[in-house]
Design a protein around this ligand. Structure first.
Ligand SMILES: *Cc1c(COP(=O)(O)O)cnc(C)c1O
Length: 391
């Protein structure tokens, strides 16, 4: 059996999305900035996509959507763009959390070299930021609060509307990296007081290399990429027309059946978690209830995440031990460490992330092979022997 269970890293392109994109890679290859027909058809497609994305996230106006090369660029632009603008007003403090994606954390770190001070909020053992912690961290000189909507490793969904309200009342701008949340939980930027929001197509069956940043009207943001007048002179570069069309189509499709998919995936997820918790010295990382429907993240003491992944690969299962960006390094995930897990436990983690394409039969198979692999790996693990001898 072949099982793809790494949908938090990326998803398969939907055939319907590919079909929607194809004309813009072939017949309508024109540059949207040009005046002849094959260009204007491409321009219309980009503007239709912008309207679709705006509608799907509850934005007031299509002009609040800016297309980017993906989630990383959207995060970089939002944070650098706002902070550099705010620095001119003497505001040089950022509030974020300890378990953000590196596209946020590394940008905040970089900004400390430009004179910014960063507050990293705790996410506690359940992997949830506390709105009152945000409130208490806000200062006179706070330029931006950036808290992710849903975590990419442990799938915990943050109380974004509450955080948004606190920021709005305090007059501080609020950005959220919603890359994992878009199409998986209902989002409305107006109701949730979100000022800037990042998303990317390849996490919901769209193409790689295309994302968007929502910037609420009136929010001042410095450009990240200067050049031509595309995206109303705020983000230069010839539009990725097919990518943009694909992003909007993928979003439309995924949001259309979100409720039904959520119910199905939540059931599958809970059955898998329940079964895997029968393994001795296993634990679920992050809250069970405030969790993306398709996310399972568990630790099995006494084994290395990498060995577990290799064994699973041999059984036809594609999974992850944390974020794709850190696998390959032997450092334990900063996300698991932020939950307060000790290093040796954080090493033995497994992330399985599911999409519409996964089935109950696959869950049956995982419930059979994972306990076998864990038992086998523990049978020659000195660490496991040590744990058992200390019982
Ligand atoms: C995947 C991911 C990103 C990066 O998006 P790209 O389009 O790959 O640049 C950023 N944030 C989160 C939470 C992600 O899961």
């Amino acid at each position: 059996m072949q099982i793809y269970a790494d949908n938090a890293a990326t998803t398969a392109l939907s055939p319907k999305v590919l079909e929607a994109m194809t004309p813009y890679l072939t017949e309508y290859f024109g540059n949207p900035s040009s005046l002849y027909r094959i260009g204007s058809v491409a321009k219309d497609a980009v503007e239709d996509a912008r309207q679709t994305v705006a509608n799907l996230i509850g934005a007031k106006n299509a002009n609040e959507i800016y297309f980017t090369s993906g989630g990383s660029e959207a995060d970089n632009w939002a944070i650098k763009g706002v902070c550099r603008m705010m620095a001119q007003k003497g505001k040089n403090h950022i509030i974020t959390s300890k378990f953000e994606h590196h596209a946020v954390l590394h940008v905040c770190e970089m900004l400390t070299k430009e004179g910014f001070e960063v507050t990293y909020l705790d996410v506690y053992e359940d992997g949830l930021v506390r709105p009152e912690d945000v409130k208490n961290a806000i200062r006179e000189n706070t330029a931006l609060v950036t808290i992710m909507y849903a975590n990419n490793e442990i799938g915990t969904v943050q109380p974004i509307a509450e955080i948004g309200k606190i920021c709005r009342e305090a007059g501080v701008l609020f950005h959220t990296d919603a890359v994992q949340a878009v199409c998986n939980v209902p989002i409305n930027v107006e109701e949730e007081c979100i000022d800037l929001m990042s998303l990317t197509a390849h996490k919901f069956h769209g193409p790689k290399g295309c994302g968007a940043l929502y910037i609420r009207r009136g929010v001042r943001v410095q450009n990240l990429i200067d050049g031509g007048a595309q995206e109303r002179s705020r983000r230069a570069g010839t539009e990725n027309v097919a990518g943009i069309v694909g992003l909007a189509k993928a979003m439309e499709l995924a949001i259309a059946n979100m409720q039904e998919r959520t119910e199905r995936l939540t059931k599958m997820r809970n059955r898998l978690i329940e079964g895997l918790l029968n393994i001795e010295r296993s634990r679920l990382n992050g809250s069970l209830t405030h969790r993306l429907p398709g996310n399972v993240n568990m630790c099995f003491e006494g084994i290395e995440g990498e060995s577990l992944l290799l064994s699973l690969d041999l059984k036809g299962v594609s999974a992850s031990s944390g974020s794709a960006c850190t696998s390959g390094s032997l450092d334990p995930s900063h996300v698991l460490l932020s939950l307060g897990l000790p290093h040796e436990i954080a090493h033995g983690s497994l992330r399985l992330s599911f999409s519409d394409a996964n089935t109950e039969e696959e869950i049956d198979y995982l419930l059979k092979v994972i306990p076998e692999i864990v038992e086998y790996l523990r049978s020659f693990s000195p660490l496991w022997d040590k744990i058992k001898s200390e019982e």
